[in-house]
Design a protein around this ligand. Structure first.
Ligand code: PBG
Length: 336
C-alpha cells in the first residue's frame, strides 16, 4: 500500500461532536420529559376491581378507587394528564348509546372522583359512542348500517357537556364526525364552560392498530369484521389530515391529535410545520402490544426502546404523546 496520491482529510468530522457525553448533550435537539406524557387508562365499575387486558400485557382495567391510587403515582412522577376510557357493561349498550351522556355514568362519576382526589391532574375524556353502542361503531346507524353524521353529533354534544359538567378539563372527540368540534364548542360556550379545552382527534386513521384497545373496552366482539372507514381516515392520505386539522382548529379545537403514532410521524411533522399549534400523537394499543411482544421474547431491550420510541415523537414535532408506557417511561426518566 502506498500513499503517493495526496490524502484528502475531511474538514467536517461528524464524529467529533459525538465523541464525548458533554458534546453529545450540548448538541441534543430534543428532550423527553414526564411533562410530555399523557396516560390512557381503562376504568371499570365497582370497587377493588383489577382486570388484566390479555392483548396488552401490563395494562389493567381498574375500578376508580384503584385508579385514583395509580393516578396519584402518575401525578407524582410528573405526568400532567390522563385520558379516561370506560369499560361499559353490555347491559348498558344500546343502538342509540343513551348511556353515553348519563350524568351518573361510569365516566362522569370517575371524573368527579378523580378531580376530587387529585385536582391538579388534568383529566381528558373520550367523546365517542363506541363503548356505548350495541354494534361497536362510534355513531348511530341508519337502516343500512351507515353511521349517521348529524344524528350522532347531537348525542356527542350531550356526552361532551356531561363530561364538562362532571369536571373534565379536556374533552377529546375521537369519533370523526363532521362538524362536531364546532358544535361542541358552541354548547360549551353557551353553558359557560368556556375553559373546557377541546383536544380534537383530527387525523384519526381507520387503523387496525386499534385492535387491542377494542378488546380492552369490550367493543371488538360487537364490531366484528366491520370497519370504520366511512368516518376514520384512509392510511394512504396525508394532505387530507392537514385539511381536517385546519377545519377542527377553525371550529375551536385547542389541541389536535394524530393517531396512530409511530407509523404516522410524517403526519405529525407536517401538522406541526403547517399549523404550529399544540400537537399530540397517540402511540396506540397495537403499538404497545407490538413492543410488549418483542420485550417478552427478549428481542428488544424494553427500557431503552420505550424511551427511544417516545423521544422520536418529540423529534417529529409532537408536544406530547398519549402512551400506555407513560408511567414506566416517567419512572425511567426520573431515575436517569
Ligand atoms: C374510540 C377510540 C379508539 C381508540 C381511542 N378511542 C378505537 C377506535 O377508534 O376503534 C384507540 C386507542 C388505542 O388503540 O390505543 N373512539
Amino acid at each position: 500500500m502506498s500513499f503517493t496520491t495526496p490524502r484528502h482529510f475531511p474538514a467536517t468530522r461528524m464524529r467529533r461532536m459525538r465523541r464525548d457525553a458533554f458534546s453529545r448533550r450540548l448538541m441534543s435537539e430534543n428532550v423527553l420529559t414526564p411533562a410530555d406524557l399523557i396516560w390512557p387508562v381503562f376504568v371499570l365499575e365497582g370497587e377493588g376491581q383489577r382486570e388484566p387486558v390479555p392483548s396488552m400485557p401490563g395494562v389493567e382495567r381498574l375500578s376508580v378507587d384503584l385508579l385514583i391510587e395509580e393516578a396519584r403515582e402518575a401525578l407524582e412522577l410528573g405526568i400532567p394528564a390522563l385520558a379516561l376510557f370506560p369499560v361499559v357493561d353490555a347491559s348498558l349498550k344500546s343502538e342509540l348509546a343513551e348511556a353515553s351522556y348519563s350524568p351518573d355514568g361510569l365516566v362522569q362519576r370517575s371524573v368527579r372522583a378523580l378531580k376530587e382526589a387529585l385536582p391538579e391532574l388534568g383529566i381528558i375524556t373520550d367523546v365517542a359512542l363506541d363503548p356505548y353502542t350495541s354494534h361497536g361503531q362510534d355513531g348511530i346507524l341508519d337502516e343500512q348500517g351507515y353511521v349517521q353524521n348529524d344524528r350522532t353529533v347531537e348525542t356527542l354534544l350531550r356526552q361532551a357537556l356531561s363530561h364538562a359538567e362532571a369536571g373534565a378539563d379536556v374533552v377529546a372527540p375521537s369519533d370523526m364526525m363532521d362538524g362536531r368540534i364546532g358544535e361542541i364548542r358552541q354548547v360549551l360556550e353557551q353553558e359557560q364552560r368556556v375553559n373546557t379545552r377541546i383536544m380534537a382527534y383530527s387525523a384519526k386513521y381507520a387503523s387496525r392498530y386499534y385492535g387491542p384497545f377494542r378488546d380492552a373496552v369490550g367493543s371488538a366482539a360487537n364490531l366484528g369484521k366491520a370497519d370504520k372507514s366511512t368516518y376514520q381516515m384512509d392510511p394512504a392520505n396525508g394532505d387530507e389530515a392537514l385539511h381536517e386539522v385546519a377545519m377542527d382548529l377553525s371550529e375551536g379545537a385547542d389541541m389536535v391529535m394524530i393517531k396512530p403514532g409511530m407509523p404516522y410521524l410524517d403526519v405529525v411533522r407536517r401538522v406541526k410545520d403547517e399549523l404550529k399549534v399544540p400537537t399530540y400523537a397517540y402511540q396506540v394499543s397495537g403499538e404497545y402490544a407490538m413492543h410488549m411482544a418483542a420485550f417478552e421474547n427478549g428481542w428488544l431491550d424494553a427500557d431503552s426502546v420505550i424511551l427511544e420510541s417516545l423521544l422520536c415523537f418529540k423529534r417529529a414535532g409532537a408536544d406530547g404523546v398519549l402512551t400506555y408506557f407513560a408511567k414506566r417511561a416517567a419512572r425511567l426518566l426520573t431515575e436517569q
